[in-house]
Every structure is written in structure tokens, then in C-alpha cells.
Design a binder for this molecule. Sequence first.
Ligand code: GMT
Length: 383
Amino acid sequence: MPPQPPAPLRIAITCYPSVGGSGILASALGLHLAARGHEIHFISYERPVRLPPPPQLPPRIHFHPVDVNDYQLFKYPDYTLPLSVTMAQVAQEHHLDILHVHYAVPHATAALLARGILNGHPKPRIITTLHGTDTTLLARDPAYAPAIRYALRASDALTAVSHFLAHETHDALNVDRPIDVIHNFFAPTPPARPRDLVRQDLGLADHQPLLVHLSNLRPIKRIDILLAAAALLPRDIPWKLLILAGDSFAPFLPEVRRLNLTDRLLIRERVPFVEEFLNAADLALFASDSESFCLSILEAMCFALPSVATKVGGIPEVTLHNQTALLVPPHDPAALAAAATELLRDPARRAALGQAAQQRAAQFSPEVIVPHYESLYHRVLST
Ligand code: GMT
């Protein structure tokens, strides 16, 4: 008899639902797993931003919102307890095999509590995926580190989105167990509007190169350095910089004015689908202090955009200096500007790096990456 395909699984996914790499990745993972026959239950306080609204939800995708009450008894509203109760309810009602949580706190800690609540009922296995902040920020905080360490010790398996993050986690949290590295993936949806139309809407003429930056604007993204670099770009080239801001860009406007960049910047806030803008751009720009992966670089690569970015964290695992990107030291606006200028002045080199970037992006496609998660699920279920 030919080998049977592995049985479909019942999987719950918990992530932050707002604009951010981890929520985008977790949503895409759920959608691809459902397309491969698994039953997927998203559990979060809001519908994850890249999940279609209920009438368009694909088959086998369910969303379970967590109700957060603002009891006056609590000075600070509590999310972790209602999250764990919802996880336990979903696990019991839908006979979950796997609770796949993105971030140790509070999601893995809530999953562990949910498993305790499921007293006497079958308990799902817990997989915790690390995206960054657990390790690079919270692990340094004595108010969080012991809870994170416990969540990582008690999960059935751990994954990290880059080798960099796996190493950092071993070092920062003294985790003495294996961490599977499963890189992020991205599959673009076809752009809603053609390149010409989007560029026309942005007020761009044919000869105007468009740089793009997309992020949630958190301090680690170093928008100050990005703007300082933009101010050093040559004025004889009619470039524009489009910022796809996951949050309000207003706090940066005084700096934009001070640097005399107002006429060079185009801002679009909280854009849930970035494809049409990436398709309209020529070059991506990132100034982060740290990144465990930088999903935005991969999104840009899918549209044949080379990146000029800081050589930090997991970025060199995603994109390669001089082959698919130019990588420069962090905290150095002049270096960032020099590399961007090199590509602004040389459209042929820009296009060559962009083509190579798009080819490399195939290594981070769902077809390549999602089976690694499936194998991991089956592995933990067989132990
Ligand atoms: O980049 C952020 O600040 C948001 C954060 C998130 O959880 O959404 O991103 C982290 O996870 C992404 C998806 O795995 C990675 O691509 C980002 O590099 C990582 N951010 C940091 O490590 C700063």
C-alpha cells in the first residue's frame, strides 16, 4: 500500500492580531495549514489583521475572540486569564491536537494554564514560536525572565524564526533544550492595482525612483536614522520615500520638517495589504537596531526589490550582502545613505540585485516552510 498522507490536525493559533511580522506570519501559517486540510482555530483579542473578515473566511478557518473585561477591581485589565480560559474551551470543544502560540508571554504562559484547566480532558501539545521580543527585550527584565524561561521549558517544542534568535535565546535565557529554526515565509497576494496606477496615485512620474520603508515604527526600527539617511540622499535625483506605517506617523513629522524632507516623503498608515505598494517601488530601506528576521525584507524581495538595510540579527540569513541587498553597519545614517545612493544612481545594478532577491525569496515560500511546521506537529504528537 502507498504511504498514507498524515491525518489532518486540529490546531489553535494564538498571536498578536495587530500589524506586525509575527501576526502576519501566524495568520499566513494558519491559512496555508487550512488549505492543506488542517482545521485551524485562531484565538486572540481581535481578528488578526491579515485574516479575511468572516464571510470570506476560507474553509476550516475559525476565529475565537477573547473577551477582555475591564473590572474595576483590577487596576490593569487582565488578558492572560480570559485567554487561557478561551484556549481551554476551544481545546475541549474542538479536540485540539496542538496549541501553537506565537510569543512566550503571555501566549505560552496562557496555554500552559489552559492545559492545567483541562483537568481530566485530553490536553493539546504546546508549540511556542519565538519571534524576537521575548528574547531580545523581555528576557532582560527580571519581572519577565523567569516566566519566559518557565514557558520555554514547559512547552512541548520551541521554534525560532532565525538561527540568530535561537542562539540569542540559548544565551539570554539559558534554555538547555533544542530550538527548531523554522524561517519565516511569505507568499504575496496579487497586487490589487497595477504598478502604473499606484505610482500615478502617489503622484510619481516615470523617472522618479521610489524607496519604500514598511514597519510598525517601534523605536527599534530607528526611524530617526532612516530619516537622517534620507536627508543625505542626493537632491539631484527626484526620489521619493514611501513609508508604510503600521502605526501613526505623526510623532515623526516635526523631524521630517526639520530635515526638510516634507516634499520627499509619502506616508500611508496602517495599510493591511502592502503588495500594490511594493510592486510600485524600486528599493527598500531599513535602519533597525535589531531584527530577528525582518519579514518586511522578505516581502520586498518577493517583488524583486533589493534592500538597503542594517546588518543586524537575522537579516543576513534572509538577504545577502552584495547579492540581494546592501547591508551596512547599524546606527550609521551616512552608510545607509551611501548604499542607497549607489543603487539610486545605478538602475541596472538595482535591478540585478532585485532579480536575485526575488529568486532567493523562493527559499522562504510557504511550500518550503509550512511542511517544517507540519513535521514538527507530527513529531511532538508521536512522543
Ligand atoms: O518587528 C517588530 O517589532 C514586530 C515583531 C512582531 O512580533 O511582529 O517582529 C518580530 O517578528 C517578526 C516575525 O517573525 C520578525 O520578522 C521581526 O524581525 C521581529 N522583530 C524584531 O525582532 C525586532
